[in-house]
Design a protein around this ligand. Structure first.
Ligand code: ADP
Ligand code: MG
Ligand code: MG
Length: 244
């Protein structure tokens, strides 16, 4: 079943066009990866989908279950089921991770989250992702390492159960072990109701993630779509061959 359909999307900043006609379809339950050289427009695509105010859409559409999300406010996109990892707050004194996740879940689902039931759900989710349950009581982002912040991002995603999670370079700054935990964790969240659009430039990630589709984005356009076999091609040839 179709979840997201992007049609001929053009977007940019001020006078500069960055996305030059993106077409992309994501079905429910699928994991898609976008790779490409620096400056191709990967982050711009993620930013446009989540509603970052710096970017202007000049034409095209992005339909989530038939509704054009490009018209919606950032909040409404979150309630429509798009996960916005960009919105993860910086340090907030006095707020524990559990408090934060409970209120985020209330905001996105529109349903009251009762303390005891939420706590059980959170601990179960943390165990599934190999995150130490004592984290619940830690103050949000205070003294977290880069790797811990990323793990929390995945935890936040697991708790919110979005229809579509868009993660931009979640691998950056992770060591090998943390990369494995984070991306195997993501893979373990794969289910028929949630889809993922993951931007990375680290090949190793794909071994853990086992995506259904890999797209190569070059100069504002998707120039190639395939499966895992594309990785081997990129390893051997780089992105240069796509630039022509
Ligand atoms: P990628 O994530 O693939 O490395 P980006 O989407 O970050 O690429 O950037 C694509 C191009 O758009 C780059 O040339 C970058 O310099 C430019 N760009 C991105 N954001 C802005 C911005 N806010 N202002 C000006 N130029 C930008
Ligand atoms: Mg960049
Ligand atoms: Mg980027």
């Amino acid at each position: 079943m179709e979840l997201l359909k992007i049609k001929n999307l053009h977007a940019g900043v001020e006078e500069k066009e960055i996305l030059k006609g993106i077409d992309l379809e994501i079905n429910k339950g699928e994991i898609h990866v976008i790779m490409g050289p620096n400056g191709a427009g990967k982050s711009t695509l993620a930013s446009v989908l989540v509603g970052h105010p710096n970017y202007e859409v000049t034409s095209g559409e992005a339909l989530l279950e038939g509704e054009d999300i490009l018209e919606l406010s950032v909040d409404k996109r979150a309630r429509a089921g798009i996960f916005l990892s960009f919105q993860y707050p910086e340090e907030i004194p006095g707020l524990t991770l559990e408090d934060f996740l409970r209120s985020a879940k209330e905001a996105v689902s529109g349903e009251k989250q009762y303390f005891t039931r939420f706590h059980k759900y959170l601990v179960k989710t943390m165990e599934k992702l190999n995150i130490d349950p004592s984290y619940c009581d830690r103050h949000l982002n205070v003294g977290y390492s880069g790797g811990e912040k990323k793990k929390n991002e995945i935890l936040q995603m697991a708790v919110l159960e979005p229809k579509l999670a868009i993660l931009d370079e979640t691998d950056s700054g992770l060591d090998r072990d943390a990369t494995k935990i984070v991306f195997e964790g993501l893979r373990s969240l794969k289910n028929e109701n949630s889809s993922m659009l993951i931007i990375t430039h680290y090949d190793k990630v794909l071994e853990y993630l086992k995506p259904d589709f890999v797209h190569i984005l070059v100069n504002g356009k998707i120039v190639k779509t395939g499966g895992m076999e594309l990785i081997k091609y990129i390893e051997e040839n780089g992105f240069e061959s796509f630039k022509k």
